[in-house]
Design a protein around this ligand. Sequence first.
Ligand code: MSP
Length: 648
Amino acid sequence: MSKKPYYITTPIYYPSGNPHIGHCYTTVACDSIARYRRMQGYDVMFLTGTDEHGLKIEQKAAEAGITPKEYVDDIVLNFKKLWSFMNISYDRYIRTTDNYHIETVQKIFKALYDKGYIYKGEYTGKYCTPCESFWTESQLDENGCCPECHREVTEAKEEAYFLKMSPFAERIEKLLTETDYLQPKTRATELVNNFIKPGLEDLCVSRTTFKWGIPVTFDDKHVVYVWIDALSNYITALGFWNGEYNDYDKFWPADVHMVAKDIMRFHAIIWPAMLMALDLPLPKHLAVHGWITFNGQKMSKSLGNVVDPFILGERYGADSIRYHILREMALGADSSFSNEIMINRINSDLANGLGNLVSRTVAMVGKYFDGTLIKDRQEGEFDSELKEAVISLKAKVDDFIDKTQLNNALAEIFKVVSRANKYIDETAPWLLAKDEANKARLATVLYNLLEAIRVTTSLLSAFMPTTMPKVWEQIGCTGDDTVYENADKFGALPADVTVKKGEILFPRIDVDKEIEELNAIIGNLAEEEQEPEIEVTPLADEITIDDFAKVDLRVALVKSCEKVKKSKKLLCLQLDDGMGGRQVVSGIAQWYAPEDLIGKKVLVVANLKPVKLCGVESNGMICAADMPDGSCKVIFPDMDLPCGAKAR
Ligand code: MSP
């Protein structure tokens, strides 16, 4: 039977500077999904690449005194080196300077012109060179600068070609609001309100002010706008209108394009419009994630706050970095990067959690059975609970993969790891070992642990592909027993399995020492990350424990969130508080966009008397900390805390 095709793409990256941790997120996330789909039996095409044209690159190359192609060739090597270091299993790598891509983009541009969707006009507007984006006056930030990078924009006026957008407005609005194309769906409102409702403007799709782009074949003063060039990669790389590949019919439409929020508009509006104009099917899903931030700002080369994944990967292993960034980022929200949080997570989840589970289990099989379990069995207390958790795990992970919620998939797997560690404490094998009569029970306990390890690591291998095979070697997996088909079965390992003690999978890291060393390496970057010195506000009057007990603090999940109309400060949040839900209005709109909060857990003062703010009822208050600059930061509790849990 032929396998079902599955096509997943990352954005193609600008090789204007070396890659950083921010770039790694999408690629590692797509890689994990691609690996998971392969395990599920799909015929996967995983595409990534580089977007190599544009003014920024032309300028950088000129500064370096080399040609743009020489400039990008060098950086593309670093991207490829990083992907190999991070164990990224892409099936195809596209460079927009590849000849087949250039020729196809020229054909696409001409076809759109011939169909009457592209026409010649004149462009006047604000242009941000680092972001390669034109902005309308109303889109600029409060200082009249680029809304993305907050740098100065320049007035630009040029003869240009335009892509008609209005013929597609209605279909695009429906795509965003009535289908599940966009994930998370909550972002659709923002796009529809900001870009579609005010009237979708025609898009300027050619440039005459620089040369480093794909020439328009029928008007050689013009080069094709980088975004038309870049977005086309998703089909040119399959062989659409070119002879380089022959995979278009098999893989198009894509199953998932994954992108970060800053390029959502291009993928949610412009790309569908291009495809509609070409009469081609639309991709099935667009998964949009937030940014990895550093001190509250997007980590990016142009902001100068990048963290080097090579340095971190070499110290902790690529799998630990993969795990950390995937576990931290909830789809739709930003995730703030901190070395300290990363190291603590590696210690708690990987060293103490999974690593410990494997080493303790393997050591006990070695110690009590000389490495090979006996076949006798004796079921006992706690077995069924552990088995149930193990067997039901695969379906939960499948579901989260379908929803591109990788952090939740990992959280589920690690719940089972914790369950298994707890099972060791509950069954106390070291006590069983004291009496020869308990041999069968002891073998059963250790076998159950090995099975829990087999299943969790089978599923984890999509996320941490380097380390899991090392675990399999230790727990005596022979091959077939780690396959995905066996991940919802208990008992795949042979009853008399033989284990093999191996290296420590995730050595414990000394947090203080490590932070000190990283500070020295990353210098001022890490230092910036230290707690800001703040003038501490004097303590309020003393209260008794009874006074405090009157405040009912609860953990709640932000299910949806929107700006309160006519207010610049207020956001209205719908919370799952474990008690049927509630609406809370919070004055944090200056610092948080709704999508920064949706999907996160917050602490809410739940017994506060309801009030109306700007006419909207608020039932409680979101806890936040005051910052020295007058802003405030919401306190996000651990995502594992259940909704409704009382905080003290
Ligand atoms: N070349 C365009 C994409 C064209 S796709 C047809 C581009 N390139 S980029 O290199 O600037 O960014 C590529 C992706 O990396 C984008 O989704 C971008 O948002 C993402 N990230 C860059 N920095 C990031 C973080 N700090 N955090 C998470 N993702 C980030 O845009």
